[in-house]
Design a protein around this ligand. Structure first.
Ligand SMILES: [Zn+2]
Length: 141
């Protein structure tokens, strides 16, 4: 007999299967929430605005380290988050916070691709940043 990974109780619900074995809806919900928090370093009491700022600063530091001049709009409602400049060229950069599903797959919002040249996605748990241009990963940024 297998046991629930959340409460340790005996698994009797035959509908439960997959990688994580949990009993009933409550355990499933609770375990999913717990795993999601672990996978994404969810900090209690941190607002989505602060989460966005953390991602912006992380991407800003990365781009400055790579030799770009980094510009931030005076208005919080600009059509993209930052502009970067190098080799006589400006690029519009949109910054998003990425998350991991409990199976470890990366998920993130893509925003509106017409409004940026580069999408930068910051994953807080791994401190990884993925850059995309024209819809695919771009390691030249
Ligand atoms: Zn359980």
């Amino acid at each position: 007999m297998e046991n629930c990974v959340n409460c340790g109780g005996e698994l009797t619900d035959k509908r439960v299967n997959g990688k994580y074995k949990v009993c009933y809806a409550d355990c499933n919900r609770e375990y999913t929430r717990k795993k999601y928090k672990e996978h994404n370093l969810v900090l209690d009491g941190v607002t989505s605005g602060t989460t966005g700022t953390i991602s912006e600063l992380a991407v800003g530091i990365d781009l400055l380290s790579k030799g770009y001049d980094v510009f931030k709009s005076l208005s919080p409602n600009a059509s993209f988050d930052i502009a970067i400049f190098r080799d006589k060229k400006f690029l519009r950069v949109e910054i998003k916070t990425g998350y991991y599903t409990i199976l470890g797959r990366k998920i993130f919002p893509k925003g509106s691709p017409k409004k940026y040249d580069v999408l930068a996605v910051y994953f807080r748990r791994t401190k990884e940043i993925d850059y995309f241009s024209n819809g695919s990963i771009d390691n030249t940024i």
